[in-house]
Design a protein. Structure first.
Lengths: 369, 395
């Protein structure tokens, strides 16, 4: 196959590209430039967006012996990821920009461009597995063998079509150490490069400061669940459902128990705080469903709502149009019931449903009723 | 067969042309000479003699005195000296000289240097000279920029690095002279392709080695003796005190050898390259009648650059597809970390960002042949089709 290897300049994507070459594919390395004004050198933990990272990727491509290019996807990234991040926060939701980037950039803009240029697949250093032995025969997305690194949650939004045109060579590795050892053995200079985390486009890691700079101040009230005003805030975008710290409330709760953000209403600019029990929910509603196979009402699944969270047993209650089996009565949104309540469910978060280690669907959580 | 083994067409001579064997020989020979040209002992004198021979050769080829030459690391350093050191030197001599003026289409080494002077001390204003749709300076814009007599140095490239447009420096000089304004030209893309301007018209000229077949790492600023310089980098005071640093006999010798060959071949080469670029234009028109040449064939231009826009095509993709098919080309000037930026040159010529999509710069040099053109034309149809498919996705 003709394969485009997305190379961030990190160790994972470099080893993945090398693996694709080993597998006999004709591989071309591409580094995505996601910002017009990139820093020259890397500082801290944001590991893909500087000129130095592009240069690391180029060196890795040289070592592997593949052609290398930089593609400027900064306009798409700004419009579809950064702007989305800001507008979601402005709407009182909690987006995951890495999920958006996978959905709209890596497995959309990049993949479409690659396909138009004659590539058969895009290869990345994500930790997930693609198998073709599933019940439908079509390629299916699975958790990686290394559960600690598993990224199937952030990949699920790519959908079934993109899975068939993607390669994740790192899905079968047991540990990150194995990947680093292989990078060392291949003479890749990035073998000791630290893992990146945090949001890549928030240069200093201060997400709240970033939101305030871009969204400005929009003061409002902080209330308890009974509607009593307890204080004020500078903008609802400074809060996330489930947040406990930094509420700035002087009066303790009558019962002395810790209080959490339980609701955010951007239209009235109100932030409601309350006891932990109010955060617990047994039922989740989600829209924008991307399903890998038809979801039947009543089916037992596992649900995950955070990149590094645990999956909880659940049962499907309602399925919207397009996501269920043919002929099924469509509902407005996806509704599931959890076997045990979970806390800190925030609208805008991604819900991923699994059958064992196989991804069934991804969807976006709605505000609780 | 992998892409590396395939026969390749090198159509990016404006970025760096092919090293001339004579320049390589001269470099190797001179670099084997022991000693620092500034030392007073016998070895030093021998090294100085090698350097001086080379400088004399360069001076004689350019029709200037040896003392006019300030050897640099390349064109960028020469442009920096011409804009910064001269602007500050002129201001020190005459505090009324508070501005510089540069063509809007000039290389970043000129435009960015001029722009940086505003935040310096003393602050020097940078004025941008407008150009028409062919990249030629607008006389009324030049007159307006120079009218108050505040401009110490005015700069315009002899040949534009993206489009190949040739500037009328005699006209610029005529406009500058009454105001006592010095004229600088970045001639980096012009040497060997067009005739050099008269020293009656220009006071300063930037040159670069790797555009004429010398190694990367050598260039020169040619400056008349009366040009005032401020000292912007300090050291041992070599080269009029303007450009301190150990004198580089080997690079200078290589430059002299390359310049000798380049100028000796100029008329014959430029005739040859004009014929090749005509063949290139005709071939492109046959492949894609919708292709738009940035300069019409009869506009004043160097024969070694053909700048063309393929409407609807994505430039990055086009470069990739041509590269994959054995053709080295460029979208504009090479940029940091491989990201192609929207071209300020085209913008200054009135081409919108949207219209500038699908731009391709093909540039020829002393090793170019008809075979290179044919390889490009063979690769072009499929490359264009796919680059347009990408352009349609991201339009």
């Amino acid at each position: 196959m003709k394969v485009l290897a997305a190379m961030s300049g990190g160790v994972d994507s470099a080893v993945a590209a090398a693996r694709a070459v080993d597998a006999g594919h004709e591989v071309v390395g591409v580094h995505m430039a996601l910002s017009k004004n990139r820093d020259q050198t890397r500082t801290g933990s944001r590991g893909c967006c500087t000129v130095e990272d592009a240069s690391d990727a180029r060196r890795a491509a040289d070592r592997i012996g593949i052609p290398y290019y930089v593609w400027d996807l900064s306009d798409d990234f700004h419009d579809l990821v950064v702007e989305d991040f800001l507008s979601e926060y402005a709407a009182g939701r909690t987006p995951n920009p890495c999920v958006r980037c996978n959905e709209r950039i890596k497995f959309a803009s990049l993949l479409e461009r690659a396909t138009a240029l004659g590539f058969d697949a895009v290869c990345t250093g994500h930790y997930a597995s693609i198998r073709t032995d599933g019940p439908a025969g079509a390629p299916s997305l699975h958790r990686s063998r290394n559960m600690a690194k598993d990224q199937s949650y952030v990949l699920a939004v790519m959908g079934p079509d993109a899975v068939g045109r993607s390669l994740f060579p790192l899905g079968e590795y047991e540990t990150k150490e194995e990947v680093r050892a292989e990078a060392r053995a291949r003479g890749l200079g990035v073998s000791t490069k630290p893992d990146s985390y945090d949001i890549c486009f928030v240069a200093d890691g201060d997400t709240r400061g970033f939101l305030e700079r871009h969204l400005g101040e929009a003061p409002g009230e902080i209330l308890d669940e009974a509607g009593t005003v307890l204080g004020t805030h500078r903008g609802t975008h400074g809060f996330t459902i489930g947040q406990r710290k930094g509420l700035g409330i002087q009066h303790p709760a009558p019962d002395g128990a810790p209080r959490y953000v339980v609701d955010i209403d951007p239209s009235s600019r109100q932030v409601v705080i309350g006891a932990a029990e109010l955060l617990s929910t047994r039922e989740l509603r989600a829209t924008d469903v991307i399903s890998f196979e038809p979801l039947e009402v009543g089916r037992r699944v596992h649900a995950q709502i955070r990149a590094h969270g645990e999956a909880t047993e659940a049962r499907i209650l309602e399925v919207p149009a397009g996501a269920g089996p043919e002929g099924a009565e469509p509902a407005e949104s996806l509704r599931i019931e959890l076997s045990t309540p979970i806390r800190g469910v925030a609208p805008g978060q991604t819900l991923v449903l699994y059958d064992g280690d196989r991804v069934l669907a991804a969807a976006t959580l709605e505000r609780r009723a | 067969m992998s892409a590396d083994e395939r026969e390749r067409a090198y159509l990016d001579h404006a970025a760096t042309t092919v090293l001339r064997p004579a320049a390589r020989e001269a470099f190797l020979e001179a670099s084997a000479v022991r000693g620092n040209p500034s030392s007073v002992h016998s070895s030093g004198r021998r090294a100085r003699s090698v350097l001086d021979e080379a400088l004399e050769q360069i001076a004689s080829l350019l029709g200037v005195r040896r003392s006019w030459l300030i050897m640099t690391s390349g064109g960028t350093e020469a442009d920096n000296l011409a804009l910064r050191a001269v602007a500050l030197g002129a201001h020190a001599k005459d505090p009324e000289r508070t501005a510089v003026a540069v063509a809007a289409t000039d290389h970043p080494a000129v435009v960015a240097t001029a722009g940086s002077l505003a935040s310096g001390s003393p602050a020097i204003e940078a004025r941008e000279l407008p150009v028409d749709h062919l990249g030629a300076l607008r006389p009324e814009g030049v007159a307006a920029a120079l009218a108050d007599g505040a401009v110490s140095v005015v700069s315009a490239a002899l040949v534009n690095n993206e489009t190949g447009a040739v500037q009328d420096l005699a006209a610029l000089a005529a406009a500058a002279r009454p105001h006592g304004t010095l004229v600088h030209t970045d001639a980096v893309q012009g040497v060997g392709h067009v005739s050099l301007p008269s020293w009656e018209d220009v006071d300063l000229m930037s040159l670069s080695g790797h555009k004429i077949g010398a190694p990367v790492g050598v260039g020169a600023l040619v400056a008349k003796p009366e040009v005032p310089f401020a000292v912007t980098s300090t050291g041992g005071g070599q080269q009029r005190g303007v450009r301190s640093g150990t004198l580089d006999a080997a690079h200078t010798a290589a430059y002299a050898a390359a310049l000798q060959e380049t100028l000796a071949e100029r008329e014959q080469q430029s005739r040859r390259l004009r014929a090749l670029s005509a063949r290139l234009r005709a071939g492109i028109r046959a492949v894609d009648p919708g292709a738009r040449f940035t300069l019409p064939e009869d506009a004043p231009q160097s024969g070694h650059i053909v700048h063309v826009i393929f409407p609807g095509a994505d430039s990055d993709s086009l470069l990739f597809l041509l590269d994959e098919r054995g053709v080295d080309s460029a979208a504009g000037s090479a940029c940091s970390a491989g990201v192609t930026q929207a071209s300020p040159v085209l913008a200054a010529m009135g081409v919108s960002d949207q219209q500038a999509r699908g731009a391709l710069r093909l540039s020829l040099g002393w090793t170019s042949t008809e075979r290179d053109i044919d390889l490009l034309l063979a690769a072009l149809p499929e490359s264009l089709e796919r680059a347009r498919a990408v352009g349609a996705l991201f339009g």
